[in-house]
Design a protein around this ligand. Structure first.
Ligand SMILES: NC(=O)c1ccc[n+]([C@@H]2O[C@H](COP(=O)([O-])OP(=O)(O)OC[C@H]3O[C@@H](n4cnc5c(N)ncnc54)[C@H](O)[C@@H]3O)[C@@H](O)[C@H]2O)c1
Length: 255
């Protein structure tokens, strides 16, 4: 094989980003667009709030109607790259986290994640095209946490589906990997911080400062630091990688 140091280029690729109005989703959409991709975004809101051109559709992925609308869109558009990112966070130990919370978190973080992944995979197989599917896991998916029972379980499921999907789709030249962020400074952290304030009786903002300081690299990550890894996984630079979950966490999780 001849070695060529080609720059990363996503021109000619269509990239679909779910949860695109969130911190990490918007950053991924902007990075994909900056590298020449045609970007499709979806979120609950009618409008994409990020900073790049995209073709946006609003779907509530927790509802059957929203999910089937999104899957129909996918079948028509046949994206080459999926950034499967929409998710919800909530807290509670096994003594408190009830089945309503279980249903809400699993509906988006696992059920919708799976349905969207499956729709993109089927569209690519039908079109006989290769692709790169990227799921958003979490450091919470590698280890349970006393106060975060359901969210941790949803993210462990993302890692497992990533592996099963990668093995099933390898013969179709469709790669499936996951990114496992640590603590990234996004709107989700407003919710996380407020919940920890309640559960651990801390002032607002304290948990966020503590987790940032305890990262080996010394700070909370920026969404663009996750988006750069998304670009690598989306592009042919990672063509020999599949079934992997890559930690982007400043050194928080050692496996
Ligand atoms: N921020 C972190 O520290 C962190 C850490 C680990 C993993 N993650 C994961 O990274 C991904 C992005 O996280 P983020 O911090 O950018 O979150 P965020 O809350 O900023 O964005 C999540 C997006 O998902 C959308 N969404 C939620 N429910 C939806 C639904 N029913 N239908 C359609 N869209 C819906 C929200 O509207 C929001 O725009 C998530 O999968 C999250 O679990 C984040």
């Amino acid at each position: 094989m001849t070695f060529t140091a080609a720059p990363t280029d996503l021109s000619g690729k269509t990239c679909l980003v779910t949860g695109a109005n969130g911190g990490i989703g918007a950053a991924a959409a902007e990075h994909f667009a900056a590298l020449g991709a045609r970007v499709l975004t979806t979120d609950i809101g009618d409008r994409f709030t990020g900073d790049c051109a995209s073709e946006h559709r609003a779907f509530d992925l927790a509802s059957d109607d929203g999910l089937s609308g999104c899957c129909e869109w996918i079948a028509n558009e046949v994206p080459d790259v999926l950034f499967n990112n929409a998710a919800l966070f909530d807290m509670g130990s096994v003594l408190q986290a009830n089945l309503d919370q279980y249903d809400r978190l699993f509906a988006v973080n696992v059920r919708a994640m799976y349905a969207v992944l499956q729709a993109v995979a089927n569209a690519l197989v039908a079109a006989d095209r290769p692709g790169s599917l990227i799921n958003l896991a979490s450091q919470a998916g590698h280890r349970g946490e006393a106060l975060v029972a359901h969210y941790c379980a949803t993210k462990a499921a993302v890692i497992s589906y990533t592996q099963s999907a990668a093995l099933a789709l390898a013969r179709h030249k469709i790669r499936v990997n996951a990114i496992s962020p640590g603590v990234i400074d996004t709107p989700m952290w407003e919710t996380v911080d407020a919940l920890f304030a309640k559960f651990e009786n801390k002032p607002i903002g304290q948990k966020k400062r503590e987790v940032g300081r305890s990262v080996p690299l010394g700070y909370m990550g920026h969404p663009s630091e996750v988006a750069r890894v998304a670009v690598f996984l989306a592009s042919d630079q990672s063509q020999y990688m599949t079934a992997q979950t890559i930690s982007v966490d400043g050194g928080n999780v050692l496996r």
